[in-house]
Design a binder for this molecule. Structure first.
Ligand SMILES: Cc1cc2nc3c(=O)[nH]c(=O)nc-3n(C[C@H](O)[C@H](O)[C@H](O)COP(=O)(O)O)c2cc1C
Length: 195
């Protein structure tokens, strides 16, 4: 089983990456493979509303990383979306990725590209906007027939400069619980699939 995480931060290996890696530690301990794609240093173009993705199972526009990332998303058993809070919401790159992913799945409904995958979201914030940011990512999962994993608190941690979230003990605990819950659900679904 494999979980793919997408880090929407403009900063590579910053607070959002630390939170994702904290979730990964629990997944790895449960024997689940993990991979993180970081959007830092790249630009994901927004949807052009060309509607060309019908029956194509991927976006047909653009020369950016979208197609490669979307392919990985469709192959994973679980998806973690991570974004720092930017102006009380997800980053522009994460918004562009989710716009295009949502339109591709909408235009290919009968393919059920994400059906029964497991989704989790994490965010890092300096102070305000964490819940709005989490909700924006949950919205993607909720129209994909996916199962969304919760934790002991909303999966957020506080910090501004890279590494600051290491000081937020409750935030890190929330990530560990999230990883354990995600592993539990993935394994339960696998057992059910295997009869
Ligand atoms: C463009 C930009 C906008 C931001 N807007 C907010 C905000 O609205 N609320 C907040 O609490 N923090 C805001 N921050 C701070 C980041 O959320 C915070 O520094 C976070 O820990 C960065 O995570 P990263 O290291 O993964 O990039 C903003 C940072 C940037 C660069």
């Amino acid at each position: 089983m494999k979980v793919l995480a997408i880090n929407g931060s403009a900063g590579k290996d910053g607070n959002t990456a630390i939170l994702i890696n904290t979730v990964f530690e629990e997944l790895n301990q449960a024997g689940i493979q993990t991979e993180m794609v970081q959007l830092s240093g790249t630009i994901i173009e927004p949807c052009k509303a060309c509607w060309g993705c019908g029956e194509r199972k991927n976006c047909v526009c653009g020369k950016d990383m979208f197609q490669e990332i979307f392919e990985k998303m469709t192959q994973a058993d679980g998806i973690i979306l991570g974004s720092p809070v930017y102006t009380a919401n997800i980053s522009a790159n994460m918004q562009a990725l989710l716009e295009r992913a949502s339109v591709v799945t909408d235009m290919n409904r009968s393919e059920n590209l994400f059906r029964h995958k497991v989704g989790a979201a994490v965010t890092a914030a300096r102070r305000g906007g964490a819940l709005t940011t989490l909700d924006a990512m949950y919205h993607f999962f909720m129209l994909q027939n996916m199962f969304v994993v919760g934790s002991s608190y909303w999966p957020m941690a506080y910090g501004q400069m890279p590494g600051d979230v290491q000081k937020d003990e409750e935030g890190l605990d929330t990530m560990r619980n999230l990883g354990q819950n995600m592993a539990h659900l993935l394994k339960a679904l696998e057992e059910r699939r295997n009869g």
